[in-house]
Design a protein around this ligand. Structure first.
Ligand code: BG6
Length: 494
């Protein structure tokens, strides 16, 4: 299915996300013929650029990152435009009215407009209001949709206030809160794996699952984003959104049908079923950490406090590990261990489902654990681990694995997360976008962590290049379990 004719207006067009993710995603969709011919992109920012200088910047970005041919690149660039607007001054948005009229005419985009807010979060409430002041939210001539980047709010109160602000001018069905983890192929595949295989679904509950591990590890530090990151930390940057969404995909019930509302109803139910964190939980089932300087592969790596834009006395966490539970029939009593961090030994996102052991070890005391490893990135794969007989005398069991790697489906074109989500928003499919109730429930769940931090809760140190503070190992060891230490690229074995 192709997208509707439409004009994409990117606010924050001179920023990082535009040239690193959004324009490359649109370019690739254009290249493979998934975009309607009748589309255009209007970059909007304060910077003093014009159509040609904007095109030149985007051309350079694409030449650096994508496989291009000069013809396709030029064809694509002919759809790009730029309008300088002082985004905090409502009257300046007036410039967009004739500009958009002209572009809709020229590209026959029928007034359909997708506004992408890729600006500092302080503008998420301002832009919709300024657009409305000039009637740019009205749907009489074509649909109007708004994609809002994360973070959606800073805590529960601000997220609710932001919703109230945006809902004054855009209805919920027009709002697409993007969480790029939901655009990842393997995250969606989790649903297909669970709901289209009888044997998987029948084992997927508290009777057979011992515990679930979710890891979102990054090898890089905060790089040039120290200023932003310091106000955010691992909890707001990764846990409250990306990892809770992944957890919801692991835990949700099958939707009655696959459409935006029934899918998102199930996600919201998981968020509402998370057992509220008590004071005891934040003190004993949570570990926050911050990386310190180290030498990795012969190179000196800065500690978080030495990073650009980070105050020398910052208490922002770059690592977080939490044990939580879901209070419902399927999951009661099953611990979910979730961790995320920067400057860990590898870039790996994965889910590990640990199955219960046999009731009695017949062959050896150390029977191999049964686990299903779902590798979300970088090398998408699924690996089932179980025990088989070690050849030779006796009956000793050893762990073996059955692996499936996405790369083996070489003939299928896998879209990147931004490609998939932009495409969905252009088609009006909100299934993979976060809905207001789930976002609020997620904030409600994490609020005790924010309170704990604010009240001076402990931030452990960990050396860059390690798997986080020792306290995180102790946290999981209390129940006799250990975190998996996944390697970066799986190559042959995950
Ligand atoms: C972003 C965070 O949302 O997700 C970054 O702001 C993080 O700090 C990134 O690095 C991780 O995304 P991915 O797709 O590389 O796992």
């Amino acid at each position: 299915m192709q997208t509707d004719n439409n004009c994409i207006v990117i606010f924050g067009a001179s920023g990082d996300l535009t040239h690193r993710k959004l324009i490359p995603a649109l370019y690739n969709l254009f290249k493979i013929g998934r975009l309607n011919e009748r589309f255009c992109v209007l970059g909007v920012a304060r910077s003093d650029l014009n159509d040609e200088t904007f095109r030149q910047k985007m051309r350079e970005a694409l030449l650096n990152t994508e496989e291009t041919t000069p013809e396709t690149l030029e064809d694509f660039c002919r759809h790009l435009y730029y309008q300088a607007v002082n985004t905090s001054d409502a009257s300046d948005y007036g410039k967009l009215v004739p500009r958009l009229d002209e572009l809709h005419d020229q590209h026959q985009t029928c007034g359909n407009t997708l506004y992408y807010l890729s600006t500092p979060p302080s503008l998420y409430g301002v832009i919709p209001e300024c657009l409305a002041e000039h009637g740019l939210n009205k749907e009489e001539h074509g649909w109007k949709r708004l994609i809002v980047e994360k973070p959606f709010g800073y805590d529960r109160k601000t997220a609710e206030a932001l919703d109230v602000q945006i809902h004054r001018f855009f209805k919920e069905h027009q709002i697409y809160r993007i969480d790029h983890y939901l655009g990842k192929e393997t995250v969606q595949n989790l649903l297909v794996l669970r709901f289209s295989n009888g044997w998987v679904e029948s084992l997927w509950n508290r009777n057979f699952i011992d515990y679930v591990e979710i890891t979102g590890a990054e090898a890089i530090g905060v790089e040039e984003r120290g200023g932003y990151y310091d106000g955010s930390g691992a909890m707001r940057d990764m846990f409250q959104n990306h990892l809770l969404q992944v957890l919801a995909m692991v835990a949700m019930e099958p939707p009655a049908i696959i459409n935006a509302n029934s899918m998102r109803d199930e996600v919201a139910k998981v968020m509402h079923s998370l057992r509220p964190l008590t004071q005891d939980d934040v003190e004993h089932n949570l570990v926050l950490g911050q990386y310190t300087a180290a030498e990795i592969d012969g190179k000196e790596v800065k500690g978080y406090l030495q990073e650009k834009g980070v105050p020398a006395n910052s208490r922002t966490e770059t690592f977080m590990a939490l044990r939580c539970e879901i209070e419902n029939w399927r999951w009661a009593g099953v611990p979910f261990y979730v961790r995320t961090g920067k400057r860990l030994p590898a870039r790996v996102t994965e889910i590990v489902i640990h199955f219960k052991t046999t009731p009695h070890p017949v062959f050896s005391q150390n029977a191999p654990e049964n686990k299903l490893i779902i590798r979300i990135q970088p090398d998408e794969a699924i690996s089932m681990r179980f025990g088989l007989k070690k050849p030779g005398a006796g009956f000793e069991a050893k762990e073996v694995s059955m692996d499936f790697r996405y790369a083996d489906l070489a003939d299928d074109q896998v879209l990147t997360a931004y490609e998939r989500l932009l495409l969905d928003a252009m088609k009006g499919d909100a299934t993979l976008f976060a809905r207001t109730d789930a976002v609020h429930a997620a904030w409600k769940f994490v609020q005790p962590i924010l309170n704990y931090k604010e009240a001076g809760g402990r931030i452990y140190e960990y050396e860059a290049g390690t798997w986080g503070p020792v306290a995180a190992e102790k946290l999981i060891a209390k129940e006799g379990k250990v975190w998996r230490k996944p390697s970066g690229l799986m190559k042959k074995k995950v």
